[in-house]
Design a protein around this ligand. Structure first.
Ligand code: TA6
Length: 300
């Protein structure tokens, strides 16, 4: 069942209305994914949902640049951190499949946040088609980036997903072992050696070119809470702001919320992808709970 409101779209399973996904048209931001009534995502209680700033939580969308571009030769150099997809009003295109149920959103220069889009040197023509599919125990988000113009452009893409956890100190994430990562806090690159990554302080690492067969798993006290399976998304950012960084974000509330969230952000951010005229790129991720702990890394 689909309910379109002025500012959001609510999708519920016909077979189980307590399994639902809610998408704010602003940023096409998923702000809730409930599995049998249980919320899977974290949204700050101070998150702006009125379009005044990107949503602090859920699944904000990062395009055409991840972070702030440091190379001033890049067309995205003047764009703000994480680009303009998350602070533009997307167009709701309706339902495209029924079982499982898929809803579709689109963004183009005509409707993008003009103040920010105009900072993208050359103002490339682009089309984003975003599909969100709700199944009884799975959420799939798929993005298509198309170049309908006559010039190539470079971009990053990232799903900036905030997962809800009961207590971050009970959580480990597996299958990152041996992967190269850029540690944003140390400004250094190294290979992840932890058999399973845990969280005892601020954490902000970009893991690059993780083989797609590696399913990233959020494990709580030995049980798999969430699986993240990627297709076309080679990289993953893992972020927890911890105490001080949370204090510094006005829209991050409650301040103890760092204990109840973990960002695992699948994307294409290690390098820019060049899209030629007429070309299309697709990236997709599946979230599904439970299952066996998959040890897919050489942990010794
Ligand atoms: O995804 C990690 C990150 O790049 C962090 O460095 C932190 O800046 C976070 O994104 C949130 O960024 P935002 O612009 O939403 O405050």
């Amino acid at each position: 069942m689909i309910e379109e409101h002025q500012d959001k779209v609510i999708v519920q399973l016909d077979s189980d209305p307590t399994t639902s996904v809610t998408i704010l048209k602003y940023g096409a931001t998923v702000i809730s994914w409930k599995l049998k009534g249980e919320e899977q995502l974290w949204v700050s209680t101070a998150a702006k949902l009125d379009g005044s700033k990107p949503v602090r939580g859920g699944i904000p969308l990062v395009f055409p640049n991840f972070g702030k571009t440091k190379d001033e030769s890049k067309a995205t150099y003047d764009l703000p951190q994480h680009g303009f997809a998350r602070n533009s009003e997307w167009e709701f295109l309706g339902q495209t499949t029924s079982n499982p149920i898929t809803v579709q959103f689109a963004l183009s220069p005509e409707i993008a946040n003009k103040e920010v889009y105009d900072l993208w040197k050359g103002k490339p023509d682009f089309t984003l088609i975003y599909n969100i599919t709700l199944a009884d125990e799975k959420l799939t988000t798929t993005i298509e980036v198309e170049n309908p113009g006559d010039k190539p452009f470079e971009f990053n893409w990232l799903f900036h997903t905030y997962f809800r956890v009961d207590d971050i100190t009970d959580i480990v994430v597996n299958n990152l072992t041996d992967e190269e990562c850029y540690d944003q806090l140390l400004a250094t690159t190294y290979r992840e050696k932890a058999p399973m990554v845990n969280f005892i302080e601020e954490f902000d690492r970009i893991y690059k070119k993780i083989p797609e067969e590696k399913v990233l798993q959020i494990i709580k006290l030995g049980h798999v809470q969430q699986n993240i399976k990627r297709s076309g998304l080679p990289d993953a950012v893992v972020w927890n702001p911890w105490i001080n960084k949370s204090k510094g974000m006005g829209d991050f509330e409650p301040k103890s919320g760092y204990l109840n969230m973990l960002c695992i952000e699948a994307g294409l951010v290690g390098e820019f992808k060049t899209l030629s005229p007429g070309e299309k790129w697709t990236g997709s991720q599946d979230f599904y709970p439970k299952g066996e702990i998959l040890v897919q890394s050489n942990i010794y």
